[in-house]
Design a protein around this ligand. Structure first.
Ligand SMILES: Nc1nc2c(ncn2[C@@H]2O[C@H](COP(=O)(O)OP(=O)(O)OP(=O)(O)O)[C@@H](O)[C@H]2O)c(=O)[nH]1
Ligand SMILES: [Mg+2]
Length: 216
């Protein structure tokens, strides 16, 4: 258990928001962290992040969520953005087919820059705009299955599934981290040779008082 005098959370998870410009990344972030929505939000310039602390599988988890522009020319330095991220929230707009077709590009970018074990949640946002739908929910499910991603349709405007999407990705991250911690403990226990230390990667194992999975 973390020492709650020193730290108010058991785990810190960095999650990055990605996806084309205008799909609603910044509004998903403001809905999740401040319960706010802005109909006329401007394109993000550079990088912003916001945090929210919540309970996940009985643990106190601080989610640190990073947001940048979908548009290339406004983007922050890619490697710094992805560094230390344990989760990615990949957003498309259900009313714009192109943003869905570009999901494969974003997955490639993740493959190139992020940790190979990063947990990915794909979100088809703006589910409130049913009359303008250009991507069926089934297409979303099919792609998610093919690429082994979690998937939900969300609406930042109506606050539909935003909470659930973050809970799902955070629980998935927590389950992976705690399994790794257990495996590291078992490896340490079976290492009985005298004088032979076991080195545990903090980022992987979560086996310290403060399990930080974010490199800020
Ligand atoms: N109807 C509807 N509109 C939304 C929703 N989410 C975002 N929007 C609108 O879509 C527009 C773009 O939203 P942003 O959150 O700024 O998009 P972004 O992905 O952060 O864009 P960049 O910062 O340029 O990459 C804004 O006008 C929002 O009000 C939603 O769930 N439903
Ligand atoms: Mg934005």
């Amino acid at each position: 258990m973390a020492n709650r005098v020193d730290h108010e959370y058991d785990y810190l998870f960095k999650i990055v928001l990605i996806g084309d410009s205008g799909v609603g990344k910044s509004n998903i972030l403001s809905r999740f962290t401040r319960n706010e929505f802005c109909l006329e939000s401007k394109s993000t310039i550079g990088v912003e992040f916001a945090t929210r602390t919540l309970q996940v599988e009985g643990k106190t988890v601080k989610a640190q969520i990073w947001d940048t522009a979908g548009q290339e020319r406004y983007r922050a330095i890619t490697s710094a953005y992805y560094r230390g991220a344990v989760g990615a929230f990949l957003v498309y707009d259900i009313t714009k087919r192109q943003t869905f077709d570009n999901v494969l590009r974003w997955l490639r970018e993740l493959r190139d820059h992020a940790d190979s074990n990063i947990v990915i949640m794909m979100a088809g946002n703006k589910s409130d705009l049913k009359h303008l739908r250009a991507v069926s929910e089934e297409d979303g499910h099919t792609l998610a299955e093919k690429e082994a991603l979690s998937f939900l349709e969300t609406s930042a405007l109506e606050a539909t599934n935003v909470e659930k999407a973050f809970q799902t990705i955070l629980a998935e991250i927590y389950n992976i981290i705690s399994k790794k911690a257990l495996a590291a403990q078992e490896a340490a226990a079976s290492n009985t040779l005298p004088g032979q230390g076991t080195s545990i990667n903090i980022a992987d194992s979560g086996n310290t008082n403060k399990r930080s999975c974010c490199s800020t």
